[in-house]
Design a protein around this ligand. Structure first.
Ligand code: ADP
Ligand code: MG
Length: 272
């Protein structure tokens, strides 16, 4: 995949998370004992059941929640000691609940991604970056449609395009494939893994996480269970522990990648 030079960020960020805990009060931590690093340009997937704390952890990483304990550093600098403006320039997010009725067209929503760089980009470059992002996400035909008139999947792709024009050094996405059909899920994950930036993405689909992420972090009940390459982390035993399902992992004969099949318990009545 060729990424337009107008979407190239300057310097992918390295992220370090140490002994992180967050909750609405000290007595009720929602995520705790979290520690991992993501190197520049790497893609980390975060998986875990509903309510495991994925969104809460991501909110800490983009400096929305202030941690109860621990530290998050971007290229060695504590994000709570950096000017907010620097974090806003370097980190882009694609979140689950798009802020409702903008009254804007698709192209205008994508242009909002340039807001953190206000005053810096020239008009021609701006236009080219928006065009490149719309093309990349198959949105060119929708450029002049009103954002609110789009389907959930189309909106999700627009918000990804908006994040890309920001040229972030760290891109954080919370379940970006939720509303997407199968084709767009595969395209978006292929795009994310090819981006020359650091990507942290929460995903429900373990096969997508395994196929595209460099490493996978597993969360259960707010705690980090494991973090590493998918082959070692997403094993049938580990998936049973965390998701309470049985898994058969074999190889997809077409792609050679691991194929995950799930069931509730062993139904096969084996012959003796
Ligand atoms: P996930 O994204 O993995 O589904 P969340 O991070 O959204 O999980 O939520 C984890 C748990 O924390 C849930 O039980 C949720 O209700 C709770 N929670 C999240 N944010 C808050 C908050 N601000 N105040 C109280 N509880 C919260
Ligand atoms: Mg969530």
């Amino acid at each position: 995949m060729e990424l337009s030079p107008y979407l190239h960020g300057a310097s992918p960020a390295a992220l370090l998370v140490e002994d992180l805990a967050w909750g609405p009060s000290r007595r009720a931590p929602i995520v705790r004992d979290i520690g991992f690093s993501v190197s520049a340009g790497e893609m980390l997937a975060i998986v875990g059941p509903n309510g495991a704390g994925k969104s809460s952890l991501l909110r800490c990483l983009y400096r929305f929640h202030r941690p109860l304990a621990g530290r998050i550093s971007l290229d060695g600098a504590d994000i709570w000691r950096m000017p907010l403006r620097n974090v806003a320039r370097r980190v882009a997010t694609v979140l689950q609940e798009p802020a409702g009725d903008f009254g804007l067209t698709v192209a205008e929503v994508v242009e909002l991604g340039l807001a953190p760089h206000a005053g810096k980009a020239d008009r021609r470059e701006t236009r080219l970056a928006i065009g490149a992002a719309l093309d990349l996400l198959n949105l060119a035909d929708l450029a002049h449609r009103s954002f609110t008139s789009l389907s959930g999947g189309e909106k999700q792709r627009v918000l990804i395009a908006k994040a890309l024009v920001q040229k972030p050094d760290l891109l954080i996405l919370d379940e970006p494939t939720n509303h997407l059909d199968i084709r767009h899920q595969l395209e978006v994950l292929a795009l994310l893994s090819a981006l020359p930036t650091t990507v942290i993405v929460s995903l429900h689909d373990l096969a997508l996480a395994s196929a595209h992420a460099d490493r996978v972090l597993v969360l259960r009940d707010g705690r980090q269970v494991d973090c590493g390459p998918a082959a070692g982390v997403l094993t049938p035993d580990a998936i049973r522990e965390t998701f309470s399902v049985e898994t058969v992992i074999d190889r997809n004969p077409a792609t050679g990648r691991p194929r995950f099949s799930f069931h509730l318990e062993t139904h096969v009545q084996g012959s003796i």
